[in-house]
Design a protein. Structure first.
Ligand code: GLC
Length: 652
């Protein structure tokens, strides 16, 4: 049962697509004080909070404060309140009661879940305007399903997007891309896609190709396609200011860029230097920008990633002027501790400055809004521009799309990746813990940069990371400029990498099937143990094992030098300790805690009683998977007990 309540005069976000009447009664569970812009709830000892999508810390969100304020922040330490996403849905589940809540507001909102006061949950609004949905149900899964039912079906990528993708900031030219594919093919490590980061563009201009690096892009896309490889270019939110650049000139002519209060276009800076931001909230601008993807579709491109769409801002022209002015006070001075750090703050404060988000406006649904009031739906609407355009431009064929910034509603147009993580063991755990919350919010096609984006990876971390990432729909190895190269073929145990990535390809029929079932039934792909076993108190304590689809539980290893780990089984299961598709041992393990060994190249997969896991013969490309030749690993059932979802993987 879902009830809708309204606070103030909220700005529509188009995230909920079902129309629900607004209740006249006060919002249940929560109290409001007349002088405060917040809702408060007294938590009981056993109350746990799940959801909020892509945020830091564990699966149960209690004990910290999370602020929905889409941020370009590459340091995802546990003290960070905001990452790239704003996904304001959670379920509070306690001993006696449970409910779900969706806080629909495009502005900033904080979820203080026992941070200020250990037992108080406060939702603190920047502007006290929101639509609040309260969802009651018999279980966490039931509440999630009801919520998903009102926000519309999740985005479905082409099946090849379940294959492995290799990325780097950046492969600088055709030959580098060719080498990547050749190296993978030579070692029989499967691969379906290579990502093109910003340097494929001419001076970082969206919808251009640098023709020195890619002199015959059309032929190159075809050459790769003939090998079964999809090239996936990045698209950034800022449009370079440059006379003669068609996107810039059209945007100026049609007035599609975000404006300052005085009516001039905002000048911000990102990769290309000075840019304007298309007003993605404006329907016409969205239509126009969406059509621009045709430039690349016409080359045969069939996948994209949308980036820097919080939006990230290095500086605005206006703020930079102010900073140069302020710095004059420091020139020639003997800077002491205070003045030196103050000066550093002035310069450091240029990037992604909150003040800058108040310098520009949007023309949204016939009204003008200052950016900060609608900040959290900017990236969403960039991806919506693309998603809506793909329906027009590619009506028969699915196009891969995922975005860095997101808001609920965007899950209908694309997936997400979890941004600029680091090659840290703690970020492998973060990846594991973010997946269920993303599932809850409808972001089923998701994953993190495997191996970590920033910092230098080590071979063991990369291998352990791959061992988890073979279960995430988006399975992409990506890393930053200046860091150690982390393509699998650069390490010593290439055979192990090969076997693990090939196991992923064996799992694709299952993963795709479970993904599609989750889409069609508004279900989850990654499920914490307590969602499945609500009566098992111990299941609530486990935050590093997940069910993936209906048949399996994974227990990834995320600690340096570990040769095994403790695993909790809520009931008897069948362990498959995989080294490869045809090399694994099997053991029945009883309910309870166990220390289970797993060498560096071994993956722990537990099959649930009465369930089966289909496995395909490994191939080097997703489209070569032979669905007529599946073997089933079953536990007290047979293969007929598994319902395999199959389609052509490409038509809409
Ligand atoms: C941003 C993206 C990252 C990309 C880089 C260069 O940091 O998050 O994935 O590689 O920009 O485009």
């Amino acid at each position: 049962m879902i009830k809708k309540y309204r606070i103030g005069n909220p700005i529509e976000t188009d995230s909920v697509i079902t129309s629900i009447d607004i209740e006249n009664s006060p919002i249940p569970y929560f109290e409001t004080a007349s002088d405060k812009k917040e809702l408060t709830f007294k938590m009981e000892k056993k109350d746990r909070i799940y959801g909020l999508g892509e945020t830091v810390r564990g699966i149960n969100k209690r004990g910290f404060i999370y602020t929905s304020n889409c941020s370009d922040d590459p340091i995802h330490t546990e003290d960070k309140r905001s990452l790239y996403a704003a996904q304001n849905f959670f379920v509070l589940w306690g001993k006696e009661k449970g409910f779900g809540m969706y806080v629909d507001t495009p502005g900033q909102v904080s979820f203080d879940i026992g941070y200020t006061d250990k037992d108080t949950f406060s939702i603190i609004f920047e502007d006290f305007d929101a639509d609040i949905y309260i969802i009651r149900g018999g279980s966490i899964k039931d509440i999630v399903k009801q919520f998903r039912g009102i926000i519309g079906k999740s985005y479905v990528p082409p099946r090849w997007a379940f294959g492995f993708g290799q990325s780097r900031w950046s492969y600088m030219n055709e030959q580098e891309v060719r080498d990547v594919v050749e190296n993978y093919d030579k070692l029989n490590i499967p691969i379906d896609s290579v990502y093109l980061d910003i340097d494929y563009m001419e001076r970082y201009k969206d919808f251009t190709i640098d023709d020195e690096r890619f002199p015959n892009f059309k032929a190159f896309v075809k050459e790769m396609a003939d090998k079964g490889i999809h090239l996936v270019p990045i698209i950034d939110a800022g449009v370079k200011i440059e006379e003669g650049y068609d996107i810039y000139e059209e945007g100026i002519k049609e007035d599609y860029f975000c404006k300052k209060e005085n009516g001039e276009n905002l000048v911000a800076a990102v990769w290309p230097g000075k840019v304007h931001f298309p007003d993605f909230l404006n329907e016409d601008a969205r239509y126009w920008f969406g059509n621009k993807y045709k430039f690349l579709l016409d080359y045969g491109i069939d996948g994209f990633w949308n980036d820097m769409n919080e939006p990230a801002i290095f500086y605005t022209e206006d703020h930079l002027k102010e900073v140069f002015e302020q710095l004059k006070d420091y020139e020639g001075k003997n800077l002491d501790i205070r003045s030196f750090f103050k000066m550093q703050d002035i310069v450091g404060g240029l990037e992604n400055n909150e003040e800058d988000y108040r310098r520009f406006y949007h023309d949204y649904k016939g009204k003008r809004y200052r950016h900060d009031k609608v900040h959290n739906i900017f990236g969403y609407n960039m991806t919506r521009a693309a998603g809506e355009a793909f329906e027009r431009l590619s009506p028969d064929k699915r196009i891969l799309m995922f975005s860095r910034s997101s808001y609920i509603g965007m899950h209908r147009y694309g997936g997400v990746w979890c941004g600029d993580n680091k090659s840290w063991w703690s970020h492998l755990l973060l990846n594991i813990q973010q997946m269920p919350a993303l599932s809850m919010c409808g972001f089923l096609y998701s994953g993190a940069d495997v191996g970590g984006f920033g910092a230098d990876v080590t071979e063991d971390l990369l291998m352990r990371w791959v061992e988890f990432a073979i279960f995430t729909p988006l399975f992409r190895n990506h890393s930053a400029e200046g860091t150690r190269r982390q393509e699998f073929y650069r390490f010593s145990e290439t055979d192990s990498f090969k076997n693990i990535v090939r196991l992923r390809y064996s799992l694709i029929p299952y993963l795709y099937s479970e993904f599609m079932k989750a889409v069609n039934s508004d279900g989850m792909l990654f499920t914490p143990l307590c969602f499945e076993y609500p009566d098992d108190d111990m299941a609530y304590e486990v935050e590093d094992q997940l069910f993936v689809g209906e048949s399996i539980m994974v227990a990834p290893i995320y600690k340096q030098n570990a040769t095994g780990r403790y695993v909790y089984l809520p009931e008897e299961m069948k362990l498959c300790r995989f080294r490869s598709y045809d090399d694994y041992d099997v053991e029945i393990i009883g309910q309870g805690h166990h220390y289970i060994e797993a060498e560096l190249n071994e993956i722990l997969v537990f099959i649930r009683k009465g369930h089966a896991l289909p496995l395909a013969v490994p191939t080097d490309r997703t489209e070569k998977i032979d669905y007529s030749d599946l073997k089933y690993e079953c536990f007290e059932c047979d293969e007929k007990d598994y319902e395999l979802f199959v389609d052509d993987g490409i038509s809409r």
